[in-house]
Design a protein around this ligand. Structure first.
Ligand code: ADP
Ligand code: MG
Length: 288
């Protein structure tokens, strides 16, 4: 957690205006650091449909509920994160494509909803080719984020289902990676490939990048297969596997249709609770 989280006088009241924090809460807080910057977490797995977007959004909203200032960056041309907050990607004048290719300020593509979202639209699919001849093409996102890193405590990056240049930009800009994994044997094999990519990024672009945790998603606890898949994950990745589990429920499919997180759509449900639990786990790991 960045030091700014503890010293801001105003904390974001989820879904509402800023609220004033009582004086005693900040008088004992450490001095704000001039170099305070957001902690950047990428959500990656080259497999599609493993709950990357769902996790990015719902964990971000859970962090915002805890008073943190959170930006989500949509780096997937499918714009699912953008849509999950009720924003039509086709109606956007500018998107992450302009940020990455034309160096448009990222502030110009941020829309404020439950959390702030730097939006994507389908044109982002052309960004990999457009960036391919640019110098330092792997660092376009990192440069864009530098401008606003002081405005947020956390920046979450949703990535597309590939290990191409968009994902490499995300992993180069990030401090940590969270890897959502669907609890099936075949999904887990892809983790080796992701680890190889991370090793390449560590060697060439971002020496400190590391896995914050592996998140079992869509867990159907009634099946033996899910139980065995989690055991396999724990055998291979030990305490890198989060203690939190995200169970399978139709709520996750329903909420985006309404343009909301599950925490807003069904605030007292098990699905919302699971992401609040994960937020506590990630925040307490960050303080270790
Ligand atoms: P990705 O971004 O990895 O492609 P998504 O987050 O878009 O994956 O999830 C894929 C689909 O699965 C979506 O329709 C989403 O609503 C649904 N989904 C996500 N998490 C769960 C869950 N825990 N239980 C049931 N469905 C889920
Ligand atoms: Mg997605």
């Amino acid at each position: 957690m960045g030091p700014t989280a503890r010293v801001c006088l105003f904390s974001r009241n989820p879904g509402g205006p800023y609220e004033i924090v009582p004086a005693h809460m900040f008088l004992n807080a450490p001095e704000p650091s001039l170099t305070a910057t957001a902690k950047v977490i990428a959500f990656a797995n080259q497999k599609g449909g493993v709950a990357k977007t769902t996790t990015t959004l719902n964990l971000a909203v859970a962090f915002a509920e805890e008073g943190h200032r959170v930006l989500c960056v949509d780096m997937d041309p499918q714009g699912n994160l953008t849509m999950s907050q009720g924003i039509d990607p086709d109606g956007l004048k500018q998107s992450m494509y302009d940020v990455l290719v034309y160096r448009t300020s990222i502030r110009d593509v941020i829309n404020r909803r439950e959390i702030d979202v730097a939006c994507a639209s389908i044109d982002l699919a052309g960004a990999e080719i457009a960036m391919s001849t640019m110098i330092a093409r792997e660092r376009s996102l990192q440069k864009a984020l530098a401008e606003i890193a002081g405005d947020y405590d956390f920046i979450f990056i949703d990535t597309p289902p590939s290990l191409g240049l968009l994902t490499i930009n995300a992993l180069t800009a990030a401090h940590k990676v969270i890897v959502p994994v669907q609890c099936e044997y075949l999904s887990m094999r892809g983790l080796v490939q992701l680890q190889n990519t991370l090793a390449m990024i560590r060697e060439n672009l971002n020496p400190d990048i590391d896995i914050e945790g592996i998140l079992p998603t869509m867990v159907d606890s009634r099946t033996l297969h899910a139980k065995e898949a989690i055991e396999l994950l724990e055998e291979n990745f030990g305490d890198r596997v989060f203690a939190s589990r995200i169970r399978k429920t139709v709520r996750f499919a329903e909420a985006p249709v309404k343009g909301m997180s599950v925490l807003k759509y069904d605030p007292d449900g098990l699905a919302a609770h699971a992401y609040r639990q994960l937020a506590k786990e990630v925040l307490s790991n960050a303080q270790r």
